[in-house]
Write a protein that binds this ligand. Structure first.
Ligand SMILES: C[S@@+](CC[C@H](N)C(=O)[O-])C[C@H]1O[C@@H](n2cnc3c(N)ncnc32)[C@H](O)[C@@H]1O
Ligand SMILES: O=c1cc(-c2ccc(O)cc2)oc2c(O)c(O)ccc12
Length: 359
């Protein structure tokens, strides 16, 4: 009996050690993925048109033959994480794309490669390294200060304005994620969300990527983008949407629907209420709606992966911005305080949901 108890506690102890090892090494999951994207492994397999052996892969990627064992080790962890399929052909490893790595082809129009390169980049990592110093910081009461400030002495946007390469990386990351997400949303939920509208204003719409996709799929909807003057000044006319300079805290142009995509997660609860009040003033009391695209943390509780990803995105937002990801109760409180009578979670597309708030 004693022997059995000893064995059981040793097993638990060893499992706990493995748990810690697994967790602390997890950053190498993202770095291995970033490495494969930078080497353009998904592009090479895609261009080959059929499963590729390791030697074909290193030839296509112009990697010296002597480095093949290193690439093989990177591929092994990525196969284990579901980014590639592999099988043996004549004793040699052969690799095939999975649905996930098809979304990581750099040259493809639907690619999340820029998002991975940004999210796993040195700058975001440095902000993450500063979290404990930031939490302990006595001047941490300054709600505009983030771990990114502790690491770099400035906000992510100030940093981006001084470093064109980082600025491009950041903008391409956001645009790539937006394009993939909006493509699916417009295809699957476009009729429900936008089908009956005559006009829509995309508040904080940035480069107008999201609203341009709506305008293309629904030409009857007159789409405009409201953003700050310095953002609007950078946007070329694209014939699909009208760019309007303004401040969402002051005035939102009238429309049947207001779109707020990845805007509210940048702001405090009080600021969200202020923004939503302005959006409410912009829409008709009958038939008008505010369409919010954000994470609703723990909404899809059955999916461990989705919930964990939302928690991680929340930590990412905490490190680089003053924002946060919210659960349904937090959203409900904000909508009611802003004077909306009801809301509905229309669809759940993995990490992000679409919520409609009604006046
Ligand atoms: C995180 S980005 C989201 C961009 C876009 N909605 C998307 O999904 O890619 C937030 C946007 O809000 C804009 N913004 C910030 N403050 C604003 C304000 N007071 N009025 C209007 N837009 C604002 C920023 O310039 C930026 O384009
Ligand atoms: O670093 C970020 C990342 C995001 C982001 C990335 C992917 C999504 O699907 C949603 C949001 O948003 C940010 C943001 O709004 C901000 O003000 C600063 C940084 C980031």
């Amino acid at each position: 009996m004693e022997e059995e108890n000893r064995k059981r506690s040793s097993t638990k102890f060893i499992q706990a050690r493995t748990h810690i090892w697994n967790h602390m090494l997890r950053y190498l999951d993202s770095l291995s993925l970033k490495c494969a994207i930078e080497l353009r492994v998904p592009d090479a397999i895609h261009n080959h048109g059929s499963p590729m052996t390791l030697s074909e892969l290193i030839q296509a990627l112009h990697i010296p033959t002597s480095r093949a064992p290193f690439l093989q080790r990177i591929m092994r962890i990525l196969v284990n994480s579901g980014f590639f399929f592999s099988f043996k052909r004549n004793e040699e490893e052969v690799y095939e794309l999975t649905t996930s790595s098809k979304l990581l082809i750099k040259g493809s129009i639907n690619s999340l490669a820029p998002l991975v390169v940004y999210m796993s980049g040195l700058e975001t990592e440095m902000a993450g390294q500063a979290m404990s110093a930031w939490i302990k910081d006595a001047s941490g009461d300054d709600e505009n200060k983030t771990p990114f400030h502790v690491a770099y002495g400035k906000s992510v946007f100030e940093f981006a304005s001084e470093r064109p390469e980082f600025n491009t990386l950041f903008n391409e990351a956001m645009a790539s994620d937006s394009k993939v997400f909006m493509g699916e949303l417009v295809k699957e939920w476009g009729d429900v969300l936008f089908g009956k509208l005559r006009s829509l204003v995309d508040v904080g719409g940035g480069t107008g990527g999201a609203s341009s996709m709506i305008a293309e799929a629904f030409p009857a909807v007159k789409c405009s983008v409201l953003d700050l003057a310095h953002v609007v000044d950078m946007q070329p006319e694209n014939g699909l949407v009208e760019f309007v300079k303004g401040d969402m805290f002051i005035h939102v142009p009238a429309a049947d629907a207001v779109l707020l995509k990845w805007v509210l997660h940048d702001w405090s609860n009080d600021d969200c209420v202020k923004i939503l009040k302005k959006c409410k003033e912009a829409i008709p009391n009958k038939g008008g709606k505010v369409i919010i695209i954000e994470a609703v943390v723990e909404h899809d509780v059955d999916s461990d992966e989705t919930t964990k990803t939302q928690y991680l995105l929340d930590i990412h937002m905490m490190t680089v911005s003053t924002g946060k990801e919210r659960d349904e109760n937090e959203w409900k409180t904000i909508f009611l305080q802003a004077g909306f009578l009801s809301y509905k979670i229309i669809c759940d597309l993995g990490v992000h949901c679409v919520i409609e708030a009604y006046p």
